[in-house]
Design a protein around this ligand. Structure first.
Ligand SMILES: [Fe+2]
Ligand SMILES: [Fe+2]
Length: 283
């Protein structure tokens, strides 16, 4: 584990009592980096919140087991089946034989294209459901923005920590633990960019209806907001982030990068882009 002074990717840091973020990030030129986090609640019955990305599987598992003994893990809350959240699920299930997977019918189905999830280890936890994990009762709630229909956020009323999943996604100039480390412009621009990137359908929404959804999520009254693609939000940044979220339906859609952009990047890179590696021949 680490302190704020020694923030490093894949070194868990404490964000609340017995609650740790496992930080990772992807370089995302030309917009900086995107956080790719997971969370551990080390309560009476330890909970993993998402399972990290397959690109750093061994390091992610090592990071998680630096916080909690895998044999002690009792619950794995899978927010949704996207690979950045579920990519190490089978390894985690194998290393945590005492854990129950909190997921949904549709997530299991969506993952079946790649693996068979052992349904005897599953418990369905849909929007609005709660689970007693010994010393706290966790609440699943669909967040305002998401990029997968199975998504549920997780609220811990004991610490008032909210795992917002893909809501509040933002690019960052460099990986950081707390969103307060961004400038005001970086914070606003990041929320507007990340929100529209993750959920381009936000432009289609009735602003009034969406505001009611955001209000409902805000009424959880989280003390700390963490998420897969955002540094941790606290204090005034929370209300500000909710305000920015409410404004998203009124903002023009984010114009995607085009082939012209790619051509320009390739021209700048000139000969420094390595030739495509030969693919293994299909057998
Ligand atoms: Fe996602
Ligand atoms: Fe995600």
């Amino acid at each position: 584990m680490t302190t704020m002074e020694t923030f490093n990717l894949l070194q868990p840091y404490r964000i609340a009592e017995e609650t740790f973020v496992i930080p990772w990030a992807l370089e995302a030129p030309p917009v900086g980096h995107f956080p790719m986090n997971s969370m551990v609640i080390r309560g009476a019955e330890p909970v993993l919140v998402d399972t990290g990305a397959p690109a750093v599987r061994a390091q992610w598992l090592e990071a998680a087991w630096s916080v909690v003994d895998p044999l002690d893990v009792r619950w794995i809350f899978l927010t949704h089946d996207d690979r950045d959240h579920a990519g190490n699920l089978l390894s985690v299930l194998a290393e945590c034989p005492n854990a129950t997977l909190l997921t949904t019918w549709f997530s299991i189905g969506r993952m079946a294209e790649e693996w068979e999830t052992p349904i005897n280890r599953c418990r369905f936890m849909i929007d609005g459901d709660t689970v007693d994990v010994g010393d706290r009762t966790l609440v699943a709630k669909r967040p305002p923005l998401y990029d997968n229909p199975t998504t549920r956020a997780l609220f811990d009323p004991k610490t008032d920590v909210l795992w917002a999943v893909d809501t509040f996604a933002t690019n960052v100039p460099t990986p950081i633990p707390e969103i307060a480390d961004l400038s005001a412009d970086e914070f606003r621009d990041g929320q507007f960019f990340g929100g529209r990137l993750v959920s381009p359908w936000v432009a289609l929404l009735d602003g009034q209806k969406f505001r009611a959804v955001v209000d409902d999520f805000q009424r959880l009254d989280a003390e700390v907001i963490a998420g897969c693609h955002t540094p941790v939000l606290r204090g005034p940044q929370k209300a500000e982030a909710f305000d920015l979220l409410r404004r998203l339906p009124g903002i023009p859609a984010w114009p995607e990068f085009t082939q012209a952009d790619l051509d320009q990047w390739m021209a700048v890179a000139e000969g420094s882009v390595p030739p495509e590696q030969p693919r293994p021949s299909a057998t």
